[in-house]
Design a protein around this ligand. Structure first.
Ligand code: GLN
Length: 249
């Protein structure tokens, strides 16, 4: 089967090897006999209903965010429609901030968001940098840990009742105060975790793949398990770094 990913503004939002997330998804799909086709979605491009199974947007600094925020916000309604139709999405750091309602940057300018996640972000004085470890439960009863690296000045505030991606075991998370990180709304996931994120958290890569395949076929797939020994090692190293030197104010 061919899984189609819409990669939003890959030339602008791509720091910390965020493209590695796509490489992981492509290989894990291939190992299960599927093909992942990544189509760049940029300025002036349209999101056609049903075309994409998954959307992805990476991180970027304020400057890059400023350059693409209006164009991404303009795609908001079409992305919303695609997601309502069953497509999944992953947004990382700068992209996560722009999936919310707005991002007020260091200079006080308010960048419009795509409005896909119930949150907003306000730049603070101090950067939150370091390894992070989260505890997540995307499916009831299936608790998993997510390890990664955060580097952001933005403080993200979730709307009342919005669901975070996980509980912070070590690190700053959304704002360094709330004890939570990221946001999850149905099949849409936003997070500050780079690294890139998916190589050391293969369970999340498979969750996203499963959502994308379900969009295409209408059925949640059975994904054959993979050995994931290197991935487990990478996760353990990152988790340990977070436990011993995860950021704190
Ligand atoms: N510019 C944003 C911040 O510093 C996002 C940075 C990033 O994507 N690493 O909050």
């Amino acid at each position: 089967m061919r899984i189609v990913v819409g990669h939003l503004f890959p030339d602008y939002l791509n720091i910390y090897a965020d493209r590695g997330n796509m490489a992981v998804l492509a290989r894990r799909a291939e190992w299960r006999g599927h093909e992942l086709e990544v189509r760049a979605l940029g300025q002036g491009e349209a999101v056609r209903p049903g075309e994409h199974d998954l959307f992805y947007v990476g991180g970027g600094q304020d400057r890059e965010q400023e350059l693409i925020a209006p164009a991404l916000a303009a795609l908001g309604p079409a992305l919303q429609e695609a997601i309502a139709g069953g497509a999944a999405a992953l947004a990382v750091c700068g992209g996560y901030q722009l999936f919310g309602r707005f991002y007020r940057d260091q200079s006080g300018d308010e960048l419009p968001g795509a409005g896909l996640l119930p949150l907003h972000t306000i730049a603070g004085e101090r950067r939150m940098i370091g390894d992070v470890l989260l505890e997540c439960e995307l499916e009831p009863g299936a608790s998993e840990t997510l390890a990664g690296f955060e580097n952001h000045a933005g403080r993200t505030i979730l709307d009342e009742g919005a669901r975070p991606l996980g509980r912070v075991l070590a690190g700053f998370g959304n704002d360094g105060e709330s004890g939570v990180e990221g946001c999850r709304a149905g099949r849409v996931i936003g997070t500050y975790l780079h690294g890139p994120l998916l190589p050391r958290n293969p369970w999340l890569a498979d969750w996203l793949l499963a959502q994308a395949i379900a969009h295409r076929t209408g059925e949640p797939p059975e994904l054959a398990p993979l050995p994931d020994e290197l991935e487990a090692e990478a996760h353990a190293v990152s988790a340990e770094r977070a436990r011993t030197r995860g950021g704190r104010f």
